[in-house]
Ligand binder design. Structure first.
Ligand SMILES: Nc1ncnc2c1ncn2[C@@H]1O[C@H](COP(=O)(O)OP(=O)(O)OP(=O)(O)O)[C@@H](O)[C@H]1O
Length: 267
């Protein structure tokens, strides 16, 4: 079944803490839809409202105006249909990898035997077969993110909300996990919404890149891309990075985000 996650005219204003502090308009009339099978990546300057947008999608934050709809119905808060993965893995360090992945299943009342089968499958899916009994502190950063992603996948979400999940990893691990994220997204047939500071990562993963302009955050540009599908079809990311179309889109996005004319972004 195809699902959609839709921001309809979403606005967000943080109130000042007291009367002397002005309120901060963070998002202004954001209209955006993510469907199953789409990988939407949000990029934009620091402070342009990326995390705020993801928090609204997760149901952690309510918009001041507008609505967040899943399959046309307004959401009231977090739900198992939307799983979130953060930059810092947010795992339970006192539990093993398998126990972390099993956690949402336990909460959902899945019986133990079934939980164990699902966890074994999930560990295999994320390339951690046989590593389930290791404690979180025994794992590398990349392995921890895989555990976090496996835990997110455990509830079979319709949408994966990814807040800079590879941001803290070294370059080599990050490249490996980019391919892994593409494979997970394709296999799960979910819709993905990812935030990143890396234009290159956006180009490699996205089916659609959404550029936010700051003050207040609003959509400046939407670019459809297809490099991720090429990688999934077997093309080398290294070769794709060197193609003229990749480099041109990279430069255009860099100009758009880093150019001096930030006011012109919303034109
Ligand atoms: N709880 C809060 N109260 C007041 N203002 C906030 C709060 N959280 C965020 N802001 C402000 O909202 C704006 C957008 O923040 P947000 O974290 O969504 O941006 P971002 O694009 O994700 O930034 P970064 O790339 O640095 O992570 C910033 O100006 C920030 O100072």
């Amino acid at each position: 079944m195809t699902s959609s996650l839709e921001f309809r005219n979403v606005g967000l204003i943080y109130p000042g803490r007291d009367r002397s502090e002005p309120s901060v308009p963070v998002l202004d009339r954001v209209n955006l839809s993510v469907s199953s099978g789409e990988f939407v990546v949000i990029i934009g300057r620091s402070g342009s409202g990326k995390t705020s947008l993801l928090n609204i999608a997760a149901g952690f934050q309510r918009p001041t105006s507008g609505q967040l709809l899943v399959d046309g119905a307004p959401i009231q808060g977090p739900g198992v249909d939307r799983a979130v993965v953060f930059q810092d893995d947010a795992l339970y360090p006192w539990l093993t990898a398998a126990e972390n992945i099993a956690f949402p299943l336990k909460l959902a009342g899945v019986p133990k035997a079934q939980r164990e089968t699902q966890v074994t499958d999930l560990l295999r899916d994320v390339g951690l077969e046989g590593q389930g009994q290791r404690r979180i502190w025994e794992l590398s950063g990349g392995m921890r993110q895989r555990v976090g992603i496996a835990r997110a996948l455990a509830s079979k979400p319709r949408f994966l909300l990814l807040d800079e999940p590879l941001g803290a990893l070294d370059a080599l691990t990050r490249t490996r996990l980019q391919l892994f994220l593409l494979q997970i997204w394709q296999a799960s047939r979910s819709g993905a919404l990812l935030i990143t500071h890396s234009i290159e990562e956006a180009l490699l993963l996205a089916t659609r890149i959404v550029v936010l302009a700051p003050n207040p955050g609003r959509i400046a540009q939407v670019v459809n891309v297809g490099f991720g599908h090429e990688i999934l079809a077997g093309a080398s990311a290294q070769k794709i990075r060197q193609t003229a179309s990749f480099r041109q889109t990279y430069d255009d996005l860099t100009d758009l985000i880093e150019g001096d004319d930030t006011e012109g972004l919303a034109a």
